[in-house]
Design a protein. Structure first.
Length: 469
């Protein structure tokens, strides 16, 4: 594969497919002689960049390799090259070519993975991030956009401006045992050893947002995966107890020193749930359909255990399913880019669910499924008839269509408890409400679920009493 083909089929495809451009109903055919022809479809959501197979295009562009090379360095010279005859543009909507130039502008932006993992190379990360922990000490220069955020110098600076969700837990307990508290109270809590977790930091610090979007794209994750930036502070001697997660994390150490211990997971390969080792034999988070243990682990496995020491500038990938535990050797502050890790089963299940609910028969109430006698027999017959259709419906599914389905996400999310699994964004009131003498002060909780918001507190009690949700 030539560098031009790789650019269109991998790099440019990632830029276009992950929707960092505003989609317009336009299609572009790009012909680079001796390298290939590609079709950019901005009429779909998300847009697509793929090898041309003779589809109709609103606009056709022809340019040679030398011109393309110069354009990558100076996309603003496109009009100049067109006037000089080095670029030929034709079709019903020649103005659509501007979308291609915008795409090339995005290609000039440095790879976020390269900024983080330059010492070991992006290929090393992409080949191993799903299989084992990957780490290095990142150079300062490419990370100035992150390290230059003044509020991330230390935890007190962060608490001084923090307005998002914040939780505290002590010792080596897990974040599942954390309780929410306001930033002023957290400043007082620092007098004792503790752990603090800051949720959805990208909502307050804008420079984190492009990193979060582009890292997901460069890892090849679907646009629909849930993602967020977390901040973790641990006092000296604190950390987390052994566990494994069902998500992927890229961690950048900002302050202090933290020791990570990792071990491969031979108990459950590719888990779809989170497991936490505890004093009573462990705690499971969410569903566990693949759980086949004879007994739950009560300690972190010792086989294959490795230790990584994270100091300021250390970057590491914590892959899904790996056992790990942490201990801060000095007050530690780290930034975590958190991504759900979609599985093939998840993509297939959600795609099939989307297909089923498109038919009214599958959307019908499952009447009699929990009944007995004749009602149950009728329900069994009806459901068996529906199940007999599944082989045909599954055969209709195609990988390309599933990948482009913006709704493809964790199929088990609706079964997890609590239902609002993502931490809320909490705005703590700075002044008492008018009726503070009669009622306790309420707090505003914007539940970050599908973009919805809801106000919860004393002021709502009367309004919602007697209603069901």
């Amino acid at each position: 594969m030539t560098w031009v083909a790789r650019m269109f089929e991998q790099e440019l495809a990632a830029v276009v497919t992950h929707g960092r451009l505003s989609p317009e109903r336009s299609t572009i055919r790009v012909d680079v002689p001796a390298h290939g022809v590609w079709h950019l479809d901005y009429s779909s959501l998300p847009p697509v960049c793929a090898t041309d197979t003779g589809q109709r295009a609103d606009c056709s562009v022809r340019l040679d390799e030398a011109t393309l090379t110069e354009l990558l360095g100076r996309p603003d010279r496109a009009a100049e090259f067109k006037q000089a005859g080095r670029i030929t543009v034709s079709g019903e909507r020649v103005e659509a070519v501007s979308l291609l130039w915008e795409s090339l502008v995005y290609l000039r932006k440095p790879s976020r993975l390269h900024c983080l993992f330059e010492p070991i190379g992006v290929d090393r990360v992409l080949s191993g991030w799903t299989c084992e922990p990957v780490h290095c000490h990142a150079p300062v220069g490419p990370l100035l956009e992150l390290l230059g955020i003044p509020e991330l110098v230390d935890v007190r600076s962060l608490l001084g401006v923090w307005r998002g969700a914040l939780a505290i837990h002590h010792g080596s307990s897990d974040t599942s045992a954390a309780r929410p508290l306001p930033a002023p109270a957290a400043l007082k809590a620092l007098r004792r050893p503790c752990n603090l977790s800051f949720e959805h930091m990208e909502l307050q610090f804008a420079p984190l947002r492009p990193w979060l979007a582009q890292l997901g794209a460069e890892l090849g994750l679907p646009p629909s995966v849930r993602r967020k930036c977390l901040g973790y502070f641990s006092s000296r001697g604190c950390g987390t107890q052994p566990h494994f997660d069902d998500n992927t994390n890229i961690v950048l150490q900002l302050q202090g020193e933290k020791h990570w211990q990792f071990a491969p997971n031979h108990e459950v390969v590719n888990p779809s749930f989170r497991y936490l080792v505890g004093p009573n034999g462990g705690k499971l988070m969410g569903l566990r359909p693949e759980l086949q243990w004879r007994s739950r682990p009560t300690v972190m496995p010792g086989a294959g255990r490795t230790t990584i020491v994270a100091r300021p500038g250390t970057v590491l990938v914590v892959p899904r399913g790996w056992w790990h535990t942490t201990t801060a050797e000095a007050d530690s502050l780290a930034l975590n880019f958190w991504f759900t890790s979609p599985s093939w089963a998840g993509l297939a299940l959600q795609a099939l669910a989307n297909r089923l609910v498109s038919e009214e028969r599958w959307r019908a109430v499952a009447q009699g499924a929990g009944a007995t006698g004749e009602s149950r027999a009728t329900a069994v017959e009806q459901f068996d008839q529906l199940l007999a259709e599944l082989p045909r419906l599954v055969a209709e599914l195609k990988a390309d269509a599933v990948f482009l389905d913006s709704r493809a996400d964790d199929p088990f999310a609706q079964f997890r408890w609590p239902p609002f699994a993502r931490a809320p964004l909490i705005e703590w009131p700075t002044a008492p409400e008018p009726n503070a003498a009669a009622k306790p002060a309420s707090l505003v909780v914007r539940l970050m679920r599908r973009g919805s918001a809801r106000r919860v507190g004393a002021a709502d009690d009367e309004r919602h009493r007697g209603t069901s949700s």
